[in-house]
Design a protein. Sequence first.
Length: 81
Amino acid sequence: MACLPQRYAPFVYGIIQAGITTAIASAVTTLQLTGFGMQFLVGWAFAWSLSWLTMLPVVIGIAPLIQRMVVALTIPEVPDN
């Protein structure tokens, strides 16, 4: 398995997250439009690749902002001693 430096972790996370999310969303929509069969597979492959290529830059670009917002909106828990 290839190992990347830790500094690339947000990008790897974004790639995986965008891929899974768009795969599921496009599968649900394509299934509703076409039913299950060869037309579904062709339609889903096109819809997924288009949506993934569209969402990948959004996820990669927005992830650091979301992470900063989460840190700003939460406080660390103090361990009970």
